[in-house]
Design a protein around this ligand. Structure first.
Ligand code: KE4
Length: 428
């Protein structure tokens, strides 16, 4: 595969942009390769600057559930852009967006639009703290909620109750308010409440974890979190930035039948443009400025172009209800790859919820971050490299999710499975 242009572009980028990328995972460091510079996308395919074509399972890390350049998204942008790109003033479409979000996710009575998932979760945490008058939060190992300081925390060593920063530059005094429990571990979560009764403002959780690879909630886990928050009068925040409108029309909360107090949304909601949101009960949301005393703001929040792309995406999902079709295609991919790995006696655990999945080179089960970390990363990297060479663009990390879109055909899925067979013959 010719990668001449991507290599020279990467060299130039590295002189001007830290790591040559505007978001670390794009640098391909986790898989030990150099990134391909992408020139265009159409449907489920992308083409790089050397003309190499790939079937894309990154889909912009989740937003493109309808694939690249969906006609209705492009048409909507073309219609709106001639009226202006941004006003810094309320627009009619923001009401329409709020209406469709509230209709698709009934637990949301009011919603505030922002421009990134990080903003959505950071704001939801501040809102929960303002609403409860408490400072501490609980998150889970392996869950990622964007890069705000409070959420860049990992469990302290041993029995230490306080967390330690998960990044340089994050003051330890900030993450001391963040408690970290193992995902799917209700007993450990209850212990945090018993250690700090009446001090915990919120639990924030990915209802289906997607940032350590896909790790579904164990039976009863989400119900247990709901019960703990009710018992201790804490706010339950579902970070559905990845799962919202992805794993079902109403997200993970609809799939598992759990009602959170606040929901964070992103990715799909913008259809590839920067839209995110957080919402919940009127009682909590009206604590936000300018009504209440919890401050939150954003120059481009509710941006007309971004909202137009998001509206076109959500309306298409509402009209076409593609979730059964996505389930069929995603299950075909999962079973096809599992059969190949099993036949080749390669230990594997594939976790999938709807159209997000991950392949772990590990006998399983994979129910928490420690188990994820014990999977064979080198084997994944060899698999990744071989698939890329054959024109299959997977998420460049063993600890990320693959995404299937409505634009992936059965033939694309079957070609992917064939490439997986060929890669195992050679590389894994
Ligand atoms: P953004 O700030 O990147 O828009 O959203 C942060 C975020 C919040 N919550 C969840 C559940 C998320 O998955 C994310 C972002 N996900 C990563 C993918 N693992 C985005 C890719 C990247 O960081 O470049």
């Amino acid at each position: 595969m010719n990668t001449h242009n991507s290599i020279s572009l990467f060299e130039k980028a590295c002189e001007l942009i830290p790591g040559g990328v505007n978001s670390p995972v794009r640098a391909f460091k986790s898989v030990g390769l150099k990134p391909h510079f992408i020139k265009s996308g159409k449907g489920c395919r992308i083409v790089d600057e050397d003309g190499n074509e790939f079937i894309d399972y990154v889909c912009s890390w989740g937003p493109l559930i309808l694939g690249h350049c969906h006609p209705e998204v492009l048409d909507s942008l073309a219609r709106v852009m001639r009226d202006g790109t941004s006003f810094g003033a309320p627009t009619k479409r923001e009401i329409e967006m709020a209406e469709i979000i509230c209709s698709m996710i009934p637990s949301i009575e009011m919603v505030r639009l922002v421009s990134s998932g990080t903003e959505a979760t950071m704001s939801a945490i501040r809102l929960a703290r303002g609403f409860t008058g408490r400072d501490m939060i609980i998150k889970f190992s392996g869950c990622y909620h964007g890069h705000s300081d409070s959420l860049l925390a990992r469990a302290g060593s041993g029995a230490a109750t306080f967390s330690i920063p998960d990044s340089l530059g994050v003051p330890s005094c900030v993450v001391e308010q963040t408690l970290v429990a193992p995902y799917n571990d209700l007993d450990a979560t209850r212990e945090k409440f018993e250690l700090c009764p009446d001090r915990i403002a919120a639990i924030i959780v990915e209802p289906v974890a997607g940032n350590m690879g896909v790790v579904p909630p164990s039976p009863g886990f989400l119900q247990g979190l709901r019960k703990l928050c009710d018992e201790y009068a804490s706010v339950l925040i579902f970070d559905e930035v990845m799962t919202g409108f992805r794993v079902s029309k109403g997200g993970a909360q609809e799939l598992y039948g759990i009602t959170p107090d606040l929901t964070c949304l992103g990715k799909v909601i913008g259809g590839g443009l920067p839209v995110a949101a957080f919402g919940g009960s009127r009682k909590i949301m009206e604590c936000l400025a300018p009504v209440g005393g919890v401050y939150q703001a954003g120059t481009l929040s509710g941006n007309p172009l971004a909202v137009a792309a998001g509206l076109a995406t959500l309306k298409t999902l509402m009209r076409d209800d593609p979730y059964h079709d996505l389930e069929q295609k995603s299950a075909r991919l999962e079973n096809g790859i599992r059969n190949i790995l099993d036949k080749n006696k390669i230990k594997n655990k594939i976790n999938r919820v709807g159209s997000m999945m991950s392949v772990f080179f590990h006998p399983g089960p994979i129910e928490n971050y420690d188990q994820v970390l014990s999977s064979d990363k080198q084997k994944f990297n060899r698999f990744f490299a071989s698939m890329l060479e054959q024109g299959i663009y997977l998420a460049p990390s063993a600890f990320e999710a693959w995404f299937i879109s409505t634009a992936h055909s059965i033939d694309d899925i079957d070609l992917t499975i064939k490439c997986a067979q060929d890669s195992l013959d050679e590389y894994v």
